[in-house]
Design a protein around this ligand. Structure first.
Ligand code: HEM
Length: 160
């Protein structure tokens, strides 16, 4: 859903479609998904901006930074799939280089990573192929500000 919301707010990104072989029902073939570079970039950029596991220890670069020779994202708040068009920005980089870790890394990395890498772009590509996504209210962009709150019961600290 975040991907579609971001595409509504970034119409030009929605216009750029990769060419995929579809089934007779117009569904993108699963085996094609990995080859669709711009789609992959849209999904990665969505996961960069709206990580699904945000409750881990948060990390954020407050400005453009070079860290141990790696350039850390520019224009952080902008939806810019192009940043992932370079092959160097894979989910897991070469050994010792992990520029992008939406699935974690190491022993406790996400066991569903391969499913997620397939499922997300598959869903997004078929939604974008089937529909044009635009604002419900003309000129008014959907509010994509997220909040993560933990609710707990009201507690009274007053003794009886
Ligand atoms: C886009 C989809 C997904 C994302 C972004 C994602 C992300 C993550 C992240 C960040 C972690 C924590 C890694 C760490 O602690 O370093 C994790 C753990 C895990 N994920 Fe996912 N996940 C996704 C989909 C899935 C799916 C589809 C499954 C199951 C089919 C799954 C199963 C798991 C399991 C079992 C763990 C715990 C691994 C462990 O602690 O050993 N995930 N995931």
């Amino acid at each position: 859903m975040w991907a579609l919301g971001l595409l509504v707010n970034n119409q030009e990104a929605q216009q750029i479609r990769d060419h995929a072989t579809c089934t007779e029902k117009g569904i993108v073939k699963v085996e094609e998904v990995g080859k669709l570079e711009y789609l992959q970039a849209v999904v990665k950029e969505t996961m960069r901006m709206k990580p699904i596991a945000p409750l881990a220890v948060p990390h954020k670069a407050t400005r453009d930074t070079t860290l141990d020779g790696l350039h850390v994202w520019d224009e952080l708040d902008r939806f810019k799939p192009e940043r992932f068009m370079e092959s160097s920005k894979e989910f897991l980089g070469k050994r010792g280089q992990y520029p992008f870790l939406p699935f974690g890394v190491g022993m406790r990395a996400c066991t569903g990573m391969e499913v997620g890498k397939l499922q997300l772009p598959f869903a997004v590509s078929n939604q974008v192929n089937a529909f044009h996504w635009s604002n419900a209210v003309e000129g008014e962009e959907p509010n994509l500000i997220s909040s993560h709150r933990q609710r707990r019961p009201e507690m009274s600290y007053e003794g009886d």
